[in-house]
Design a protein around this ligand. Structure first.
Ligand code: SAM
Length: 289
């Protein structure tokens, strides 16, 4: 089992760094918001009710607050209490209230009475916890929990970090390590376990192809039916910080880039050029109704 206490402590101590992450990685945010928007538009075609969203591992609320501003009922949860405290302030600064804010290790979400309700949410976001769960059984179980909490017809969006993201970073900052730590990297390639972060937090990185396999494993357990609909490269072909110098104040140029990047974000041949992969999956009823 992953020791998630170190992960939680690190996020507790790096709240503002984490809050600013999606300003620096604006493309990741813009593409992911487009993906979420598309799911919400599809949900709106079948119901006029207020949409209920659960954001697991939602940190300081970058997505949660924006979605609440759009009028949705958003519940935020995370392992880091300090991030959630920050999110509460961020929500109030933006004039919105989140439906609930709940501190929980995502692995224990099924035991959490405040959060866990069968088929309750229209959309469940899980964009963070998968990055730090070392065991496949933990990732499969969490995906299953997300699916169980989603209404039939609703969506789960789960995000993953690719091995290429780490390797791009390594190639730029410290290429010798690949040779000097050959044994470690042999293991890394087969398991995706990255346990040599300088801050001691552990990470799991995927091969793009393994995401479909995770959903297959959820399906094999026959507890809930969830079908992977598409994979999206959250930075499209500009992973590895290639968009870092884009001027956010020049909104026309920025939006022109976002249009192009969104177009290529679903190109399966370019998925490895992204650092983050979002998997969009849909819960279906066992009898397909
Ligand atoms: C890189 S941040 C992503 C935050 C936000 N969802 C986003 O996409 O920008 C990862 C988040 O996952 C949370 N997290 C990591 N492991 C978790 C776990 N086992 N249970 C709940 N939250 C977890 C962290 O505390 C952190 O807020």
């Amino acid at each position: 089992m992953t020791d998630t206490s170190i992960v939680g402590n690190w996020y507790n101590q790096n709240v503002t760094l984490e809050h600013d992450r999606l300003v620096k990685s604006r493309i990741e945010y813009s593409i992911t918001m487009r993906v979420i928007k598309k799911c919400l538009e599809e949900l709106a075609t079948t119901s006029d009710d207020q949409i209920r969203i659960l954001d697991i591992g939602g940190g300081t609320g970058r997505y949660a607050v924006e979605l609440a501003k759009q009028g949705h009922s958003v519940t935020l949860s995370d392992i880091s209490q300090s991030e959630l405290d920050y999110a509460a302030q961020f929500a109030s600064q933006n004039g919105v209230t989140l439906a609930k804010i709940v501190q929980v290790d995502a692995r224990q979400v099924r035991d959490n009475e405040l959060l866990f309700q069968h088929g309750f949410y229209d959309l469940v976001l899980c964009m963070g916890p998968m990055y730090h769960l070392l065991e496949e059984s933990e990732r499969v179980s969490l995906l299953e929990s997300c699916a169980l909490m989603t209404k039939p017809g609703g969506f789960v969006i789960a995000a993953f970090v690719t091995k290429y993201a780490h390797l791009r970073d390594l190639a730029q900052k410290d290429p010798k390590r690949l040779k000097d730590e050959r044994e470690f990297y042999t293991q890394y390639f087969s398991t995706g376990k990255y346990t040599r972060n300088s801050n001691a937090i552990v990470s799991h990185h995927v091969d793009v192809g393994e995401v479909q396999g995770l959903f297959n494993k959820v399906q094999d357990r026959k507890v809930v039916d969830i079908v992977l609909e598409k994979l999206i490269g959250c930075e499209a072909f500009l992973g590895g910080g290639l968009a870092a110098n884009m001027d956010l104040n020049d909104s026309e140029t920025y939006e022109a880039w976002v249009e192009v990047l969104v177009r290529y974000s679903t190109d399966i041949h370019a998925l490895g050029a992204s650092d983050h992969i979002a998997a969009v999956a849909r819960r279906i009823n066992r009898n397909n109704t």
